[in-house]
Design a binder for this molecule. Structure first.
Ligand code: IPM
Ligand code: MG
Length: 360
């Protein structure tokens, strides 16, 4: 099969890890007999430096013509001036909106061999396996008005949390469908005791439950959800929530596995085209040093194969390789214990590639 993949390495360790994921994808193509063509484009701080825009038109156009997009990371101290006109993060928000990627999937499944790295006790981590479905193109991130004001000698600023029924419906529907294919438990997270948008969310989720009678639906207030993520993380199967709540809860969920360096994510819309990125940031302090953990990006490439290219066996081959190398004690700096041998970015990838090639 032929597929066209756009890569957006971005800033900091973005290029370090994206290169490694591409290397794995090339090996997958060779082993399974596919043709993948890769096209690199600009996003984030580097795009601002080179074109003045965090998401150049050419990048968006290329992504619209791709089967899938693999992104590294954006941002860094160089572009952090709060008064700057454009920020690297604007590129990320614009591409989510521009590609209509309203759903962000972040699976959280700690590897047993890394339970020690979790801030929670091992017995709390046992059995944790859930996925957060975060709404990605609505809520406070995009609602209007969104502005600063000056009135009566005072400054104020406003953000707007607005949700339309159709925005809620399509994301909650995805939550139900995912739950149906898993342990059939959906936690719809809101703040219905305070927010009007949450009350609409809850009303719609309740209504939609009629179409998914086999799924157990729980409405969980976001503060309770934050608490339960650390007290009983294994109780979750699928969590569906709005944009800002999802942003906060996914960082909390991410640290449960011990390192942000391990986690992939997928952003999906109506069609099969999606954007895949590790959930870690650009980590400018270690950029270019060859020590970043590439597994978050490599596992994002696996999600790309599964969700956009519909290549399930190929996705499994990568996930199995990562599983094995972690079981066998391969460690990058972020997940190594005192005295353990530490592998660099490229050596970690080598361990993935080796297993992808030799596994049946
Ligand atoms: C994320 C990030 C982004 C977000 C930032 C970089 C704009 O935190 O993907 O979770 O808030 O969505
Ligand atoms: Mg975030």
């Amino acid at each position: 099969m032929n597929f066209h993949i756009v890569t957006l390495p971005g800033d900091g360790i973005g290029p370090d890890v994206t290169n490694e994921a591409v290397r794995v994808l090339k090996n997958i193509a060779e082993k399974f007999g596919h043709q993948f063509s890769f096209e690199q484009q600009l996003i984030g701080g580097i795009a601002i430096d080179e074109t003045g825009s965090a998401l150049p038109d050419e990048t968006l156009r290329a992504c619209l013509n791709a089967d899938a997009v693999l992104l590294g990371a954006v941002g860094g101290p160089k572009w952090d001036d709060p008064r700057a006109k454009t920020r690297p993060e604007d590129g990320l928000l614009a591409i989510r909106k521009g590609l209509g990627l309203f759903a962000n999937l972040r699976p959280v499944k700690p590897h047993p061999a890394l339970a020690f790295a979790s801030p929670l006790r091992e017995e709390k981590i046992r059995g944790v396996d859930f996925v957060v479905v975060r709404e990605l193109t609505g809520g406070l991130y995009f609602g209007k008005p969104k502005e600063r004001r000056q009135e009566n000698g005072h400054l104020s600023a406003v953000d707007t949390m607005e949700y339309h029924d159709y925005e809620i419906r399509r994301i909650v529907d995805l939550g139900f469908k995912l739950a149906q294919a898993r342990k059939k438990k959906l936690a719809s997270v809101d703040k219905a005791n305070v927010l009007a948008s949450s009350r609409l969310w809850r009303e719609i989720a309740t209504e939609m439950h009629a179409d998914y009678p086999d799924v157990k639906l729980d409405h969980v207030l976001v503060d309770t959800a934050a608490m339960r993520l650390v007290t009983a993380p294994a109780s979750f199967d699928v969590i569906v929530t709005e944009n800002t709540f999802g942003d906060i809860l996914t960082d909390e969920a991410a640290v449960l596995v011990g390192s942000m360096g391990l986690l992939p994510s997928a952003s999906l819309g109506e069609g099969t085209r999606g954007l895949y990125e590790p959930i870690h940031g650009s980590a400018p302090d270690i950029a270019g040093k060859g020590i970043a953990n590439p597994l978050g990006s490599i596992l994002s490439a696996a999600m790309l194969l599964r969700h956009s290219l519909k290549l399930e066996d190929e996705a499994n081959a990568i996930e199995r390789a990562v599983d094995e190398l972690l079981s066998e004690g391969c460690r990058s700096a972020d997940i190594a214990r005192e005295g353990e041998r530490v592998l660099g970015t490229s050596e970690m990838t080598e361990q993935v590639v080796k297993r992808v090639i030799s596994n049946q």
